[in-house]
Write a protein that binds this ligand. Structure first.
Ligand code: NAD
Length: 502
């Protein structure tokens, strides 16, 4: 592939510019690190402060624009992205390493989110509420909060930023967007498309850079009202703690998982095996909803293990740009090292290793971060870290269970509570799992993966703040204000409180 490396820029107050630090970082293709996509501004606190100031300055006029006019920018954005979907998907696959079909789905999910918010602007935006006193009516209005910081991960580099940016903008806030340093180019394309769609200067600002250098100064900036973060529990925990210290700042943090499938003896066997393969290895296991635990009932355990291992051996690992590829590379050297360390930990913690996984280095894999699946069986052990911590790669445990209660206990035995899939043909068991397991997104006779923009998508416990849906994000970026109007010529108060002053 012969392409010119891009010289990326920040976008602040409607102007494209390098970082004030004068520094840059490189953006390379994880499938072939010889392929340089571009260099991007390695921003610092000064750039973050300029972006917040630009967002603050643009806020009054943006919030005064009619809600439907604000949303119309997203309609124009959708038209532009539709014309470029294939090019954006190919760029996304090249930059982040996910297989092309998944890259297309990432772009389409972002499109759906923009369409959702364009339409949502024409639906009721407040409420009329009865008063206990005749002659008074109360209204609930939504008001934007001000400046929103959106910090996103690399694994859904088109869809997730739009989950955060669309409700913020439509609601009348202005935004500073700090994308993941692994995927700056697709983020820049996203902002360019929004600029072309007609966003006024300063309404959306883009600050490239590393988390601690460019992200943290945004989180801690005193003139920011809301921080919307999606990423790891480690960083999300720090952001939650920091924002809790500030009376005014509100944080929504959606984080990782240690997700699982529960498969009962009575499940449709082939469907369950396919669902398990998709759960464990789609996006090379680098989804917040990837399953790293397959909890399988004893009656089918051996047969399931055999079929799963056979399936895992057949998965096509290769260049994300090839239509036939199922699994591309991991995103970085650091990601490879993390998975390798958990593979080694599994062996130390008593795993029976069935597929040894590991880095692929021969032939076409020589210049990328490719890994093959690591598959093991293990009895549940509450002390085993490998069964409780998020690995984020092609690493999966098959764990046997006897009875429903045991499956539920195993599922819940982690600090996370994100995605759950159950395979069974007995609705009583399915219902019990739904009632007793701690999860945010659940699937029946399906893999643990998949999102639709109008459904909640996020976890509980260490996985998230429980505000994952589009509607919940609207609550996060707006104040709901009560507005009570008296239509009489005298004052009447609730709870029988006397209004006489003399
Ligand atoms: P990460 O936490 O390392 O980084 C996420 C973002 O935070 C990046 O933009 C990064 O630059 C920034 N960041 C890092 N340190 C920071 C700091 N100190 N201050 C401010 N910003 C900082 O996560 P990642 O590796 O990009 O993504 C993978 C993680 O995201 C996994 O744990 C995965 O489960 C999770 N995830 C969750 C969801 C969800 O919907 N809940 C979706 C996708 C990914």
């Amino acid at each position: 592939m012969v392409t010119t490396a891009v010289q990326g820029k920040n976008y602040i107050g409607g102007k494209w510019a390098p970082a004030t630090t004068g520094q840059t970082f490189e953006d390379r293709n994880p499938a072939d690190t010889r392929d340089l996509l571009g260099t991007f501004p390695r921003s610092g606190a000064e750039d973050a402060a300029r972006a917040v100031a630009a967002a603050r300055q643009a806020y009054p006029s943006w919030k005064r624009l009619a809600l439907i006019r604000r949303a119309e920018v997203l309609d124009r954005f959708v038209q532009l992205v539709k014309a470029d979907t294939e090019e954006l998907a190919r760029l996304l696959a090249r930059e982040n390493g996910k297989a092309l079909s998944e890259a297309r789905a990432d772009v389409v999910e972002g499109l759906h989110m923009a369409q959702y918010w364009f339409g949502r602007a024409r639906t009721p935006w407040g409420e009329v509420v009865a008063s206990e006193i005749a002659g008074k009516t109360s209204f609930v209005h939504r008001k934007p909060k001000g400046v929103v910081v959106a910090i996103s991960p690399w694994n859904f580099p088109f869809a997730i930023p739009l989950w955060l940016i669309c409700p913020s903008l439509v609601a009348g806030n202005t935004v500073v967007f700090k994308p993941a340093e692994e995927t700056p180019l697709i983020a820049q394309r996203l902002v360019e498309h929004l600029e072309k769609a007609g966003l006024p200067p300063g309404v959306l600002n883009l600050v490239h850079g590393l988390g601690e250098e460019a992200g943290w100064p945004l989180v801690t900036h005193p003139d920011v009202d809301v921080v919307l973060f999606t990423g790891s529990a480690e960083v999300g925990g720090m952001i939650k703690a920091e924002c809790a210290r500030d009376y005014r700042k509100f944080a929504v943090c959606e984080m990782g998982g240690k997700n699982a499938m529960i498969v009962f003896d009575d499940a449709d066997f082939d469907l369950a095996v396919d669902a398990a393969l998709l759960s464990a290895f789609r996006t090379a296991g680098q989804r917040c909803v990837s399953a790293e635990r397959l909890i399988i009932q004893e009656g089918i355990f051996d047969r399931f293990v055999q079929a799963f291992v056979e399936g895992a051996k057949r998965l096509v690992i290769g260049d994300p740009q090839d239509e036939g590829t199922f699994m591309g590379p991991l995103v970085s050297q650091a990601a490879v090292e993390k998975v390798e360390s958990y593979n080694a930990l599994a062996a130390r913690e008593g795993a029976k290793v069935l597929l040894p996984g590991g880095r692929l280095t021969a032939g076409a894999f020589a210049h990328g971060y490719f890994m093959s699946p690591f598959v093991y069986t293990m009895r549940h052990d509450p002390k085993a870290r490998v069964l409780r911590e998020e690995v984020f790669g092609p690493h999966v445990a098959l764990i046997p269970f006897k009875e429903l209660e045991e499956a539920v206990r195993i599922y819940n035995d982690t600090e996370y509570g994100f995605s759950l899939a159950v395979c069974s043909s007995d609705y009583r068991k399915i219902n019990a799992v739904q009632e007793e397991c701690e999860f945010g997104v659940g699937y029946v006779n399906l893999p643990t993966i998949g999102a639709e923009v109008h459904l909640p998508f996020g976890g509980i416990k260490k996985s998230g703040t429980g505000m994952p849906s589009a509607s919940a994000l609207l609550d996060a970026v707006t104040h709901q204000v009560a507005w009570t109007v008296n239509y009489e010529r005298k004052i009447q108060l609730a709870q029988g409180l006397k209004a006489a002053v003399r």
